[in-house]
Design a binder for this molecule. Structure first.
Ligand SMILES: Cc1ncc(COP(=O)(O)O)c(C=O)c1O
Length: 379
């Protein structure tokens, strides 16, 4: 996370890239209008297209994702919407995960008005393998939001390659610490940088990592759509990225402790966490992640229904009731009215997103404080 992408400026000896707030960059040759070029050959002339601080982040992200290159976006949804615009046209078939970030699914469904044929696929490798056909664009999440099903991504990637489909993996919940889809057969990896990678609840951003040839095409769409990240956010994200591994490890270890604690709690009906030996997803997580870490999000069902779940949400003190995940502060959400708001009731119940479900994103607080807080809220 540190030396693979170390920045160093020959001219000044600076270790940290400056925040280039310049909106434009001078053209060195006025007569021909020739512009400076970045290391990937794109023109450096206007910050909606390229910016050196954003580029420094992209190089670091590419190293961390073990991908040829990366592009940074104004948000995770900026990355996903630009991908949709770039890869889909009238008549295209888009297979999108039935369980995932609500806005990703909602925007996919909205694309029907442009003649895109959208199909929701059950979040298992088997369902994707069965559904995918030549020319499809497939979007799934490594670990689903909010019930934390772990999808066998290499299996889907293999099938997508065989039939000639494009596989986009949203790796936000796993983060590159657990898994690097672009290095394991997926066509492209997308991350909401807002979460673990920036990690401090002060940045909104997104990225796509993958082969440079594809990213150069996506670069043209980012330029036209105007979804590049701002240089200040890029600087903060670079700073966050340096501690990603230690934060993620600590958050995963605390999450494991809390998952075990909640499993024994008399007021808890069920805990959904791939690190529990009772989880049906532990085996696939161990095989594809191979880290004995399972991420910093724990979902659990409170005994009772909506009323009891919302009561816990209103009683936590250290943990804050707020959306998002992956940051330094622990956050609790009620998925039925947040991430899964747009999933029809019958479908969400089949997915296990019940009225008593809560999703906890574990921060960097003392695990004992978090246990005490959850205990008093459940009581
Ligand atoms: C899995 C996942 N993907 C994408 C997004 C969208 O990212 P952003 O909020 O940075 O636009 C989110 C946001 O919560 C998410 O959870």
């Amino acid at each position: 996370m540190i030396h693979g992408h170390r920045f160093f400026e020959e001219e000044t000896g600076a270790f940290i890239p400056p925040i280039y707030l310049s909106a434009m960059f001078e053209q060195p040759d006025r007569r021909t209008g020739e512009t400076r070029l970045t290391d990937r050959g794109t023109e450096l002339k206007y910050s909606r297209e390229e910016n050196p601080t954003v580029r420094a982040l992209e190089r670091a992200l590419a190293a961390v994702e073990e991908a040829e290159d990366a592009l940074a976006f104004s948000s995770g949804m900026g990355a996903i919407s630009t991908l949709y615009v770039a890869l889909l046209k009238q008549g295209s078939r888009l297979l999108v995960t039935a369980e995932g970030y609500g806005t990703t699914i909602q925007l996919a469904s909205d694309l029907a008005k442009f003649g895109v044929r959208v199909e929701k696929v059950w979040p298992t490798a088997e369902a994707f393998v069965q559904a995918v056909r030549e020319g499809d664009v497939v979007l799934l999440e490594t670990v689903t939001n909010p019930t934390l099903k772990v999808v066998d991504v290499p299996e889907v990637a293999k099938r997508c390659r065989e039939v000639g489909a494009t596989l986009i993996v949203d790796n936000t919940f796993a983060s590159p610490v657990l898994y690097r889809p672009a290095a394991d057969g997926a066509t492209l990896c997308v991350e909401s940088l807002t979460k673990y990678i920036a990690g401090h609840n002060d940045v909104v951003g997104g990225c796509v990592a993958g082969p440079r040839s594809l990213l150069l095409e996506l670069w043209e769409w980012r330029r036209k759509v105007g979804t590049i990240m701002h240089p200040f956010e890029a600087y903060l994200t670079l700073r966050g990225l340096k501690t990603l591994e230690v934060r993620f490890e600590r958050q995963s270890k605390t999450a494991q402790e809390l998952a075990e604690f909640l499993s024994e709690h008399p007021k808890v009906e069920e805990v959904l966490y791939p690190g529990l030996s009772s989880s049906p997803y532990k085996r696939v997580a161990d095989r594809i992640f191979g880290k004995r870490l399972y991420g910093g999000v724990v979902s659990f069902k409170v005994k009772g229904g909506r009323r009891e779940a919302l009561k816990v949400l209103s009683k936590v003190r250290i943990v804050k009731a707020a959306p998002s995940l992956g940051g330094t502060e622990s956050l609790l959400t009620y998925p039925v009215i947040s991430a899964a708001k747009t999933i029809p009731e019958e479908e969400r119940l089949k997915l296990g997103i019940t009225d008593n479900l809560l999703r906890l994103s574990v921060g960097l607080e003392d695990p004992e404080d978090l246990k005490e807080d959850l205990d008093q809220a459940l009581a």
